[in-house]
Write a protein that binds this ligand. Sequence first.
Ligand code: ADP
Ligand code: ASP
Ligand code: MG
Length: 439
Amino acid sequence: MQILKFGGTSVGSAERIKSVAKLVNYSNRKMVVLSAMSGTTDQLVKITNALFQQKPKEASHIINELEPKYRDTVDKLFTTDAFKKNGSEVITEHFNLLRSFTIDMFTHNEEKTILAEGELLSTTLFHYYLEEQKIASVLLPALNFMRIDENGEPDMEYIETHLKEELAKHPKSGLFITQGYICRNAFGQVDNLKRGGSDYTASLIGAAIKADEIQIWTDIDGMHNNDPRYVPNTFPIAELSFDEAAELAYFGAKILHPYCIRPAKKRNVPVRLLNTMKPQARGTLISRNASGDDIKAVAAKDNITVIKMQSTRMLMAYGFLRSVFEVFESYKTPIDMITTSEVAVSLTIDDTMHLDEITIELKKYGTVEVEKDQTIICVVGDFLADKHGYAGKIFDALKDIPIRMISYGGSKNNVSVLVKAEHKKDALLALNKGLFNIN
Ligand code: ADP
Ligand code: ASP
Ligand code: MG
């Protein structure tokens, strides 16, 4: 079985939905994972923000703005009156539900239910479209098998058992559709895999059923060597190892959800990145195979906070780091970069939900300084042996950029530097020139 995930732009209009139907409509058995139509989840987030602020009129206004896009899609997608009517009823039902939250009580549970609407709409419309085209398919509700545990981590055992149960109900079917992004939590409530989570859904499904391949179809022809949103003249990379792709995803290459390579790597399922607008393009193949010791790509992770600490109890130097790490562990806050000297440590986090509590706790052990608006620039490749002087090349390219922290040697696939956010673009451009010889 192949898993094919189509992102928001790929299903962003009636025309695009029709193209996706053409792409999936050929022989072998497959599962199609869809995101919400582009822009929808952003609007749903705005609706929930308005409701949290007790501004139901503002929420209704956004709902009223969103609905015509769906009415228009239904109108252009279907040809027969019967399916136009089906489509129209689906839109009415989902928008009635959205409107009900502007009247009733609103909590975090309702927030997650609202955020799930985008994927529920796109998959239902796609399923109806295939039906109208006389292409047999089965719509599998992700809420029946996709689940996270009490730590917010995917519950692999649950996913595998329940997905297999769902598939076993349709032994003769060759085409399945399901929602990306949405899941249930440990209490059975509707939840999600965080923004961009449809990639993660595809990878979790691919791993659970040990698929032949996971294809991530998006609006660009694969993983590029640098961030195309900031750097002109980037190019697609034909092959990456799981570890290289995982580092790029984690450190800001938006084309992949930060954690989506992990499940695929665990079960050794290759991941292919493809372009819906240019299906014949080669894209990027991510697999177990390392593809030569070389610098492959650069990515940047924004909204990083750096915490600098100096221990006041010099004699306790050997216990200092342990105490510091325990604070982050107790607030379930991952550390991305770390540098130490004898009694000082600087580290970076991107999840600042518990920053205030963490700072108070850390102050027990020494002085603490916090600085926001930092960016991690991450150079990824296979740096097993530094015989070619990669570090020299990287720092030479960055010679005019003020660097706050350096992390080298922690992983054989990653060299990271921390810069102020204002230097991000210049750093990415300098690396494109210095490492890839592109202006
Ligand atoms: P989808 O909606 O299909 O999930 P995303 O917008 O999440 O698509 O991801 C695709 C986008 O990722 C591209 O349009 C591109 O702007 C951005 N991107 C950032 N870094 C990279 C990179 N290194 N290679 C390719 N695309 C990247
Ligand atoms: N619709 C969700 C989002 O916009 C999930 C995804 O697109 O992957 O974040
Ligand atoms: Mg995405």
